[in-house]
Design a protein around this ligand. Structure first.
Ligand SMILES: NC(=O)c1ccc[n+]([C@@H]2O[C@H](COP(=O)([O-])OP(=O)(O)OC[C@H]3O[C@@H](n4cnc5c(N)ncnc54)[C@H](OP(=O)(O)O)[C@@H]3O)[C@@H](O)[C@H]2O)c1
Length: 346
């Protein structure tokens, strides 16, 4: 499939030196915004790969990938071309990938990382994440009611076996940093007590209507950088991931008024707010104008204290990615995945 994304001219770009970075606890500098690459079943692999090409050409330096997105090969072709042609140095890029849930077994972790590296045509990854704390397989695109017959709850002893291999990836130089995704405070407390290498980041759902203040503050207190997925509230997520109670961030009147006063789209304000709050947003886009606006929003005058305060108050505790497919018993609700009472459900 051919892409309809135009080749940008240099004048379209934003100087990456003007885009902030976050210092991780180990001294690594991670660009404060990344491009998401999950096409949510409706964007082809090639279109996402061409979006990555465009993003890098206009100044993005951080790309959030995952083996389960099924497009690392196409993205790898683009990365190789850009690096080999001298358009970008490998060291300037921050590439994240993630270990999928059916690869938690000790013997699978490094193999899975090597597979991602081969697809991405890289010899190291900047950040490797355990995508979910549950080892439960479900097919891509399956319905939320679908359950794996071998599904298990979080078993810390097993997770530590996975994590030891993540640490091994750092020792072998295959991953510069390792981290978690979709973890809760209760699970992180166990991990922090037992790990040799602390997670550098936790990737989690974060947008104005789902700010997760307690987990956010906990991460910051432990020196773990929050990375925010679905920063715009994932408006194009598949129908199966939508429920009647979900709210729409970009329709929030407070957010819309502030966006209007800054002359930016409400979606761009979500990204700007996220970066200013301190998390690293990873908005997905294949639209050159939107990609540029999101990146540029980190380089313009900050929101005022009053605006940040108003945005902190529009939180609706509205989790969009509920994770139902990871449940392991019939009589459970998705809340059981998120340790709401501080206890890990078994
Ligand atoms: N770790 C995890 O478990 C996990 C889970 C979910 C997602 N993620 C990561 O997070 C990334 C982002 O999440 P997401 O893709 O679900 O949702 P999102 O970034 O919140 O929303 C993406 C949508 O917003 C639109 N958009 C982007 N910028 C815009 C702008 N300036 N103005 C108007 N519309 C704009 C995009 O459309 P256009 O293409 O038309 O711009 C796209 O439809 C994923 O791609 C993936 O990399 C990770």
């Amino acid at each position: 499939m051919t892409s309809n994304i135009a080749k940008p001219s240099i004048s379209d770009g934003i100087d990456p030196a003007t885009v902030p970075a976050r210092m991780l606890y180990n001294g690594s500098k991670m660009p404060a915004i990344g491009l998401g690459t999950f096409g949510s079943d409706h964007v082809s692999n090639e279109t996402v790969a061409q979006a990555v090409r465009h993003a890098i050409s206009i100044g993005y330096r951080h790309i959030d990938c995952a083996s389960v997105y099924g497009n690392e090969q196409e993205i790898g072709t683009v990365l190789k071309e850009l690096i080999h042609s001298g358009q970008i140095d490998r060291q300037e890029l921050w590439i994240t990938s993630k270990l999928w849930n059916d690869k938690h077994a000790e013997e699978d972790v490094l193999q899975s990382l090597e597979h991602s590296l081969k697809d991405l045509q890289l010899n190291y990854i900047d950040l490797y994440l355990v995508h979910w704390p549950f080892p439960n397989f479900h097919a891509k695109g399956c319905d939320v009611a679908s359950r794996s017959p071998n599904a298990k709850p979080y078993i810390h002893e097993n997770f530590m076996k996975t994590w030891r291999q993540m640490e091994r990836a750092v020792e072998l130089g295959l991953a510069k940093n390792i981290g978690t995704s979709n973890m809760t405070q209760a699970k992180l407390e166990l991990l922090l007590a037992d790990c040799s290498i602390k997670p550098a980041v936790n990737e989690m759902e974060l947008h104005p209507h789902f700010q997760q203040p307690d987990l956010y503050d906990y991460l910051v207190s432990k020196g773990i950088q929050p990375v925010g997925f679905c920063p715009i509230g994932s408006p194009a997520r598949p129908e199966r991931d939508k429920t009647e109670v979900d709210t729409v961030d970009t329709e929030d009147p407070v957010l819309r008024e502030i966006a209007t006063s800054h002359g930016i789209h409400p979606a761009t304000l979500c990204v700007k707010w996220a970066a200013q709050r301190g998390q690293i947003p990873i908005p997905f886009s294949t639209n050159p104008r939107n990609m540029r606006a999101n990146l540029q929003s980190l380089t313009t005058a900050p929101l005022s204290e009053v605006e940040m305060d108003a945005l902190s108050k529009i939180d609706k505790n509205c989790r969009l990615i509920k994770g139902q497919v990871f449940l392991w018993k019939d009589d459970q609700s998705w809340e059981d995945l998120w340790d709401l009472d501080g206890e890990i459900a078994q």
